[in-house]
Design a binder for this molecule. Structure first.
Ligand code: SF4
Length: 228
């Protein structure tokens, strides 16, 4: 890395961890950030070898690691045109609430367990039980979401013995990390789902936002000591 002063960095990039289970339960992991100059997700090791890398940091609440990047201009990144998911109709609001201002990037689970379509149902059941999960995104080889699969899907297909592809719900409601908590809540309530994958600008899963994450944020915002 070139010897440049740290004071000129402009951006903090959240690191996401995607743990993907496939086949009989084999695990592959990707530890990535979204690189705006390259317009794609890159492994953290790529940052560590980059001239614009200025180090790593823990977020203020200690929950996430961040890459310090001299090339990220947060204002430019925020101004990008992004497709938004179809949202339920909203009545005019007089004043935005805190949930209109806080992005889902503040509450999502950034260490996210995903599965491939070829994971066996036996391995899926074990994974959900062992990790205390009620559902997980199904991703393609690049880490893009193609559906979700949950305990409910297993219960709905009690005789299925094959692979995730047989019981998953193909879908594709996703959130961008800049979406607000009120948008996440409205979309989950309107579509009747309990979790939405959060994707980077190149469409890869970088987190999961669940109804529980929204409820936890609400409780904490109102001063309750809610465990994270
Ligand atoms: S440090 Fe380099 S590779 Fe990493 S996000 Fe910044 S420009 Fe991209």
């Amino acid at each position: 890395m070139a010897d440049r002063p740290i004071v000129d960095f402009v951006g903090k990039l959240p690191i996401s961890v995607r743990r993907v289970y496939s086949g009989e339960g084999e695990l592959t992991s990707a530890v990535e950030v979204y690189c705006h100059p390259r317009e794609r997700s890159v492994p953290v090791e790529t940052c560590e070898g980059c001239d614009d890398y200025a180090g790593m940091l823990l977020a203020v609440d200690g929950s996430r690691k961040l890459v310090l990047c001299r090339r990220l201009n947060p204002e430019t990144a925020r101004g990008l045109e992004r497709p938004t998911p179809p949202m339920p109709r909203r009545l005019p609001v007089l004043e935005p609430t805190p949930a209109d201002r806080v992005p889902v990037s503040e509450i999502l689970t950034a260490d996210v367990v995903c599965v491939r379509e070829d994971l066996t149902l036996a391995a899926l059941a074990k994974l959900l039980l062992d990790r205390g999960l009620s559902g997980v995104p199904v991703v393609d080889a690049a880490g893009r979401p193609i559906g979700v699969v949950s305990k409910t899907d297993l219960v709905r297909h009690p005789d299925a013995t094959g692979r995730v592809a047989e019981v998953m719900t193909p879908m594709s409601f996703v959130l961008h990390p800049d979406a607000t908590i009120s948008q996440a809540a409205a979309l989950m309530a309107f579509e009747g789902v309990h979790r939405l994958p959060v994707v980077s600008d190149d469409g890869k899963v970088i987190g999961l936002c669940s109804s529980l994450d929204v409820l936890r944020w609400l409780g904490q915002r109102d001063g309750y000591l809610v465990a994270t």
